[in-house]
Write a protein that binds this ligand. Structure first.
Ligand code: FAD
Ligand code: NAD
Length: 447
């Protein structure tokens, strides 16, 4: 640890997953820590991201499961009560900032409320007061990109969606990424008439496109109108709602979601003044030890310029890596495992490792196996046998990637991660005894 030249050993700017998961074991190791937060403790994921979204999605997933069992042991359809679902979401998430905050304080971490700005390589100012530290970790996350078109003041963002207590009859969603597709699924399943505006021909471009096309067809079956290659140019207020003007005609709507992406929080935090290199769109530049261009300043989470996904587990991984680095447990560069990702729609698409496209482009290196899940007896028992799994093996037979579309794709992919990460010998996979019958047992059976 540092000599007591500074108030803190490490000062975190931001309190999201990129900060608090790493800070907890660092405090337990005896480091004196401060954490600056301008908004709710815990950051995006618990308060206005993953936890909030998945709480809203739960009744949607269950409704789809109930609908699939109609005539197969269940009668009587269900409907989503939007307001009650919104209340359910807030019952789940509203206590999280206090729970996370008290957990941090119980470990002696000082929480400092307010907007922090770097003053020099060891100092951050908050509300006119300076706080000093041997090391600083910038974990300021990201904010919503907003379309710059006339009438942009009528556009809402993802946080507004998660706080929308009343159900709109008609919703326009601009974008084709995670948020657009997940929120279109929630709204359409609840009975809102959704129009999804894709800027290009394709949505979810980082996922396997034949699966994405199936997902889009499923959204259409739920009543979603999908417009492709469309450019919204203005929003006007009407007596009965709003109108989105586009190059393919105008679309009437009661509520409009701008889901055109997120940008790293690099503005107004003193990076230029202190000499930390960054790019407005890509984020803060770091070396392979997550160290910025200023030696005492590190960065973690969504604010990083990084190749891996801007996801909660990658933010946690980076925060924990910094803890190992600061405690001397490692001097190695950061080395990410295969990072899984999932679109929590109905059905879900999830993937990890080598993608089907990469594998098909290199037949000399990989073998690809496709399984149609309509043949799977367990999925039939769930009446959820719409889906496909594609597994990728290297030439020695080791599993190196998997992509799935199904209602259980997230669980399926989750169950194979150790096989990929620990490079489990194909023969040794059978040494793992699974519970039966489960998604895990059937996924392993298909490998
Ligand atoms: C709607 C939505 C759904 C998502 N769903 C998923 C999902 O299902 N799975 C998944 O893995 N990921 C999901 N994500 C992504 C995930 O939320 C982020 O990757 C993760 O929260 C990043 O953590 P972070 O600590 O880097 O940033 P954040 O959690 O954003 O934390 C940064 C914190 O810094 C604070 N801050 C910023 N500037 C300052 C300043 N100057 N002074 C003081 N405080 C400051 C902010 O207020 C914020 O609290 C979702 C994101 C969104 C928006
Ligand atoms: N399930 C998950 O893990 C999950 C869920 C939600 C969000 N997230 C994270 O949050 C981040 C933000 O998600 P997102 O969906 O907002 O971003 P995204 O980058 O996934 O998608 C942005 C979409 O907006 C479109 N777009 C961009 N500029 C546009 C324009 N000018 N006009 C029309 N469309 C335009 C893009 O084509 C793209 O389809 C992601 O990077 C992701 O890592 C993850």
């Amino acid at each position: 640890m540092a000599e007591q030249k500074y108030q803190f050993d490490v000062l975190y700017l931001g309190s999201g997953h990129g900060a608090f998961n790493g800070a907890m074991p660092l405090a337990q190791a005896g480091f004196k820590l401060g954490m600056i937060e301008a908004d709710k403790i815990g950051g995006t994921c618990p308060n206005r991201g993953c936890n909030a979204k998945i709480s809203l999605d739960m009744p949607v997933k269950v409704k789809n499961e109930v609908d699939q069992m109609q005539g197969h042991g269940l009668t009587g359809t269900t409907t989503i009560d939007w307001k009650a679902n919104y209340e359910h979401e807030h019952e789940v998430i509203d206590a999280l900032p206090n729970a996370i905050g008290s957990g941090l304080e119980s470990l002696g971490i000082e929480l400092i409320h307010g907007k922090g700005t770097l003053v020099d390589e060891h100092t951050i100012a908050v509300n006119g007061q300076n706080y000093t530290a041997d090391k600083i970790v910038i974990a300021t996350g990201a904010h919503y990109h907003q379309l710059d078109i006339p009438g942009k003041e009528y556009l809402n963002n993802g946080t507004d969606f998660l706080n929308l207590a009343e159900q709109p009859d008609r919703m326009t969603i601009i974008g084709g990424g995670y948020i657009a597709i997940e929120f279109a699924t929630i709204a359409a399943t609840a009975g809102t008439k959704v129009t999804l505006m894709l800027h290009h021909e394709h949505a979810l471009k980082q996922f396997y496109q034949p699966f994405v096309e199936e997902l889009l067809k499923d959204l259409e079956a739920k009543g979603v109108t999908i417009m492709k290659n469309v450019t919204p140019s203005a929003v006007t207020k009407k007596a009965d709602g709003y109108e989105v003007e586009t190059d393919q005609g105008n679309v009437a709507s009661d509520w409009i979601l701008d889901a055109t992406g997120r940008l790293p929080n690099v503005e107004g935090i003193g990076l230029d003044e202190v000499g930390v290199e960054y790019d407005d769109h890509k984020g803060i530049a770091v070396n392979d030890h997550l160290q910025t261009s200023v030696d005492s300043i590190y960065a973690s989470g969504d604010v990083l310029d990084k190749e891996v996904g801007r996801l909660t587990p990658t933010a946690i991984y980076e925060g924990l890596y910094l803890t190992k680095l600061f405690t001397g447990q490692t001097t190695d560069p950061i080395d990410y495992p295969a990072v899984p990702s999932a679109v929590f729609a109905s059905p879900r698409i999830a993937q990890v490792g080598v993608t089907p496209d990469e594998a098909k482009a290199h037949p000399d290196q990989f073998d690809v196996k496709e399984v149609d899940l309509s043949e799977d007896w367990f999925r039939l028992a769930m009446r959820a046998n719409q889906g496909k799994t594609i597994t990728v093996f290297d030439k020695e037979g080791y599993l190196v990637g998997m992509t799935e579309i199904s209602s259980e794709a997230d669980n399926s992919i989750g169950s194979v991660l150790p096989f990929i990460e620990y490079h489990i010998d194909p023969e040794k996979m059978n040494d793992f005894i699974t519970l039966f019958p489960t998604i895990e047992s059937e996924t392993k059976h298909h490998l």
